[in-house]
Design a protein around this ligand. Structure first.
Ligand SMILES: [Zn+2]
Length: 170
């Protein structure tokens, strides 16, 4: 797990969220910034130039290693556009009353309840750290924030934000 810094630079409302993540490019740009905050660096050879394939793979121009922005995330190999995932994460993390599969299906316009249910399972699973110590007593999972940790480029909105899960022992 990465350490996250919560600042005041996260979307304060759905309108702000939508302004930052309204299209595929904005979402991929956000993931790019998380993965390569100082620009593309090939994981295999350290080369800094890439070309972008039609399937959104970043391919090193030197060794041709393929990098995916969604590899290792819950969005990996999903057939739905990542804008749907971003929106699902937003609802999942900000709705005070929580969200169930029926509601998620309705909000995202899915044809299938099963898809919404699977998505929720994935979202819930990624709020649990594998190496965590078990919380004890009365445990409450509370707020999740989408936050920013880098200064600058305020106008573009999406950079440097990430998602944080918070659980507390009462
Ligand atoms: Zn390379």
């Amino acid at each position: 797990m990465t350490d996250f810094t919560i600042t005041e630079d996260f979307p304060r409302s759905e309108i702000e969220f939508d302004a930052s993540f309204s299209n595929l490019d904005a979402c991929y740009q956000y993931l790019f910034q998380l993965k390569w905050p100082d620009g593309f660096v090939c994981r295999k050879c350290g080369h800094q130039q890439y070309w972008l394939s039609s399937r959104n793979l970043y391919i090193c121009t030197q060794c041709e290693h393929q990098h995916s922005l969604t590899a290792g995330t819950i969005m990996d190999s999903s057939k739905k556009p990542i804008t749907y995932w971003f929106k699902a994460m937003w609802w999942f993390t900000t709705r005070k009353s929580g969200i169930n599969a029926t509601k998620l299906k309705e909000l995202l316009g899915f044809g299938s309840y099963g898809t919404a249910w699977t998505w929720l399972q994935k979202l819930r699973r990624c709020t649990i750290r594998k190496e965590r110590e078990k919380l004890s007593g009365r445990v409450e999972v509370d707020e999740f924030f989408i936050s920013g940790q880098r200064p600058g480029k305020r106008g573009r909105g999406a950079e440097g934000k990430t998602i944080v899960a918070v659980a507390v022992e009462r």
